[in-house]
Ligand binder design. Structure first.
Ligand code: DGP
Length: 145
């Protein structure tokens, strides 16, 4: 059964500017902002501006644009956070672990021996999110990311 896109999901509200976020990047295709329940310091979410629930219903051209931005953000997260690696997560439907039904990629910086915190776990302090966002924005502002 296909489930319809809900325009009142929390990320749709962020995209419309109705709810604030700690934004690190925006262009005509995507917005990227800090996850409020980070699995690691510097955890960023990348969302397309098209309304799609997940990987299964996003139009191919929007998915292509999205994954190119995910690569750009991943490079900046790795550089800005001084990470050793990057983990991507992308969940589809409740059984797949999705809790917000507007497609998004999780870009999570990783360090050897540092385990991920729980998915949708503790809320981070706003000051910490801003400090990490500042590092990622600075990396994005440099030419080589
Ligand atoms: P999932 O749909 O399972 O991929 O997880 C959604 C993620 O979104 C989860 O890591 C927590 C995060 N999140 C939930 N609500 C908000 C919010 O209002 N703002 C931000 N920035 N992140 C949120």
């Amino acid at each position: 059964m296909t489930v319809a896109y809900d325009p009142n999901n929390i990320f749709a509200k962020i995209l419309r500017g109705e709810i604030p976020c700690e934004k690190v990047f925006e262009d005509e295709a995507v917005i990227a902002f800090m996850d409020v329940m980070p699995r690691a310091d510097g955890h960023v979410l990348v969302l397309p501006k098209v309304t799609a629930r997940g990987l299964l219903d996003i139009p191919p051209e929007a998915l292509s644009a999205l994954i190119l931005r995910v690569q750009k953000i991943a490079r900046a997260v790795k550089k800005g956070m001084g990470a050793e690696g990057i983990t991507l997560h992308q969940f589809n439907e409740p059984a797949g672990g999705q809790s917000v039904f507007h497609i998004h990629f999780h870009v999570i910086p990783r360090w050897e021996g540092v385990a991920l915190r729980p998915h949708s776990g503790a809320m981070a302090e706003r000051a910490a999110l801003k400090a990490h966002a500042d590092k990622i924005r600075a990396a994005l502002a440099e030419a080589q990311v």
